[in-house]
Design a protein around this ligand. Structure first.
Ligand SMILES: Cc1cc2nc3c(=O)[nH]c(=O)nc-3n(C[C@H](O)[C@H](O)[C@H](O)COP(=O)(O)OP(=O)(O)OC[C@H]3O[C@@H](n4cnc5c(N)ncnc54)[C@H](O)[C@@H]3O)c2cc1C
Length: 461
């Protein structure tokens, strides 16, 4: 175990955010990192409790061996700690940056949890820096060919695992860059795209083939021994109000994709918040990414509407530890808005009733207060708006891919096989958000691995 008394002697210190005003000037990484001795001190706070909930189903979907690698890190045995981490975590450089760290919320130290996510990030980045991470192509090939459709975290985790087992893996991706929402979705300041490209390069060097700009075509994939569908669940929930199709109304992921493309190319984004009054419909994480992006693009103002009431500040009795706490969180974008605008951009129990357009372009929105899901008459307000972003959640995977492969979607719009496995029919499998609905990177990684394991069993006959 780390240091028996570490958690009593040393305070939890997370990787600090860069100063809000400074980070609003660029799309660079949000956080600053800490040196090795600080990291070791943080690792020593893990007390290897008898029942480590951090690595249980409550904590880590990958079942990372958290107390073990924290202990090795504390003792300065960084390379061994990294190897222990990599036994279960395929891409710690992603989870170390974007995971909400369910493990920390399940830690016995509760609000004072060990900084597992920062420790994980330190280990993998140290591994890259010191050259410990090198391409490791399998020595033997099985001669079995697997096509993975989609290069998001589930597709990448599955491809990585199947390739290591010696199968020949081809990832088919319709976008021009691999990574799924890691590339076009999660903004650069949360996950620098160079980090995604570095992993794709490594996987390519290990023998995984990436076919980009390619729509999955069942006929073209008929020569593969197995096909794993990892196409995500990006079908957005629409805003069913008057003038929702006006110019200046965009779905969040389309807007965030355009923003990332501009960051990567250095040009102007095809949709920009510059000098516009921005309204974001949806108070969740995607909405927060829109707030942070709009502020960086130089918006005139940004407001975020949420239908639900604000969550409680402390855990409700019905939401005990070690469950994920459903409490009020103020994320980086909202903190930046507070810094820039002097107030929280979130307005609760309110929605957009009508889009007001002039010459086909949005000029304002009419909002209304809600009681439950019912509008309260007489509470309508008009707010000027030149960019309206819809971040109201997702309603499953696209019909087009399901139809092309002759798969029926379940009532939630996903491709979850009836028996709860990953096997759809014949040699066809599904994984990630496409199977479960919009989720988290860490859950997609775990699901991709689980699916790969089923594919491997299938290939072995
Ligand atoms: C804006 C945003 C921010 C998020 N931030 C976080 C976060 O900070 N932390 C976190 O844990 N989770 C976050 N998530 C959730 C997380 O990104 C997803 O749960 C995860 O990416 C799902 O992985 P996936 O592999 O299943 O699908 P995706 O990442 O959606 O990848 C699917 C890929 O399949 C491709 N594809 C689809 N159909 C076809 C086809 N027919 N042919 C070829 N290619 C196809 C798509 O182009 C895409 O690249 C966020 C989600 C969004 C929308």
């Amino acid at each position: 175990m780390g240091k028996a008394t570490g958690f009593m002697e040393i305070a939890r210190i997370e990787n600090p955010y860069r100063d809000a005003e400074a980070r609003l000037c660029d799309f660079e990484d949000l956080h600053r990192t800490q040196p090795a001795d600080a990291r070791r001190a943080q690792a020593s706070r893990c007390m290897n409790c008898g029942v480590p909930f951090c690595q249980s189903d409550f904590g880590c979907p990958l079942h990372n061996l958290i107390p073990e690698w924290n202990d090795l890190l504390y003792r300065g045995r960084e390379r061994e700690a990294l190897e222990r981490l990599l036994r279960t975590a395929p891409f710690p450089e992603f989870t170390g940056r974007v995971c909400p760290a369910l493990c920390e919320k399940a830690c016995n130290l509760e609000n004072d949890a060990t900084t597992n996510r920062d420790n994980e990030l330190y280990l993998i980045e140290t591994g890259f820096e010191k050259g410990w991470i090198q391409p490791r192509a399998p020595k033997l090939r099985t001669g079995r060919r697997v096509a993975v459709v989609g290069s998001g975290p589930s597709g990448l985790a599955a491809a990585d695992y199947l390739n290591r087992l010696g199968h020949e893996v081809t990832v088919v991706e319709r976008a021009d860059r691999a990574g799924g929402l890691l590339m076009y979705g999660i903004p650069n300041m949360k996950l620098p795209k160079s980090v995604v490209a570095r992993r794709i390069g490594l996987m390519a060097a290990e023998g995984v083939r990436f076919l980009l700009n390619t729509e999955a075509d069942p006929a073209a994939l008929s020569g593969f021994d197995a096909v794993l569908l990892c196409g995500g669940a990006k079908k957005p929930r629409a805003l069913n109000v008057e003038n929702a199709g006006a110019a200046g109304v965009h779905f969040a992921v389309d807007y965030l994709t355009a923003a990332t493309r501009a960051v990567l190319s250095g040009g102007e984004p095809s949709v920009t918040a510059k000098r516009k009054r921005v309204i974001v419909v949806g108070g969740g994480d995607t909405g927060n990414d829109c707030v942070g992006t709009a502020l960086r693009q130089g918006c005139a103002s940004v407001t975020q509407f949420e239908m639900m009431p604000a969550p409680p500040v402390d855990r409700a009795a019905s939401n005990p530890w070690p469950e994920w706490p459903r409490t009020l969180r103020t994320d980086y974008g909202q903190l930046e808005a507070i810094c820039r605008q002097g107030g929280d951009p979130r307005v609760y129990q309110t929605t957009v009733k009508r889009v007001i357009a002039d010459n086909g372009a949005v000029t304002a929105v009419e909002t209304v207060r809600l009681k439950g899901f019912d509008p309260i008459p007489g509470t309508e307000k008009s707010l000027p708006c030149e960019l309206l972003l819809i971040a109201a959640g997702f309603v499953g995977c696209e019909e087009s891919t399901a139809d092309a492969f002759g798969v029926e979607r379940d009532r939630r719009g996903n491709m979850m096989p009836l028996d709860g496995s990953h096997h759809l029919k014949g040699n066809l499998f599904s994984a990630g958000d496409m199977r479960t609905g919009q989720s988290l990177v860490v859950r997609s990684l775990a699901d991709g691995r689980a699916a790969a394991s089923e594919v491997n069993e299938f290939l072995k006959g």
